[in-house]
Design a protein around this ligand. Structure first.
Ligand code: ACO
Length: 162
């Protein structure tokens, strides 16, 4: 497996990968409007951590860094259907944590989790108790019906990948 963080920067390979990731999100998050997924995945303020298997995108996380708050909002997270429950979702989140902590100087991840994904985010160290000051995230995080806001504090001294 390979892990890469990319954004929509005009690079042709990046566009091809982002289309593949957008298609996985559309299938795996059927309650999300497709146009909304396209808009965020291709918005240059959003970054995407890709999981590639034999150079094929099999999943990823699209997130937006909020540089002043040292926080990232996870917008979408999915692994394609035939690759789920093999541990890749856990590894994906660990690679994201390590990358944003080391390369983007982030201290927190925040997400509005689908109710059926709360279990997955809990296992990845996210909690429903938001420790971060309200001013840091209220008004920045998009809230959806049928979701739960969850936070994960990143520990500077922990390495999330081996
Ligand atoms: N509810 C509860 N537990 C779960 C769920 C779930 N929906 N999905 C996985 N788990 C558990 C697994 O059983 C496993 O537990 P274990 O470590 O005790 O064995 C652990 O979480 C991690 O499993 P992985 O195999 O690493 O996860 P996987 O590769 O299947 O990826 C993911 C998990 C990304 C949630 C995947 O199932 C998926 O794409 N689901 C559909 C899309 C989705 O719901 N995405 C999140 C929506 S919210 C958002 O995007 C902001």
């Amino acid at each position: 497996l390979q892990w890469k963080v990319i954004k929509n920067d005009g690079n042709e390979q990046h566009s091809i990968w982002l289309i593949a990731l957008k298609n996985i999100f559309s299938k795996q998050l059927p309650n999300m409007p497709k146009e909304y997924i396209v808009r965020l995945v291709f918005d240059p303020r959003h970054h995407s951590m890709l999981c590639l298997k034999n150079d094929v995108v099999i999943g990823g996380i699209t997130y937006r860094p909020f540089w002043r708050q040292n926080m990232c909002e996870i917008a979408f997270c999915a692994i394609s259907a035939n690759e789920q429950v093999k541990g890749y979702g856990t590894r994906l989140m660990n690679h994201l944590k390590e990358y944003v902590k080391e390369e983007e100087d982030m201290t927190h991840l925040i997400t509005f989790a689908d109710n059926n994904a709360v279990g997955y985010f809990s296992k990845q160290g996210f909690t429903k108790d938001i420790v971060m000051e309200r001013e840091k995230w209220v008004g920045y995080i998009k809230e959806y019906d049928g979701g739960t806001i969850m936070e994960c504090a990143l520990e500077a001294q922990i390495s999330y990948v081996d």
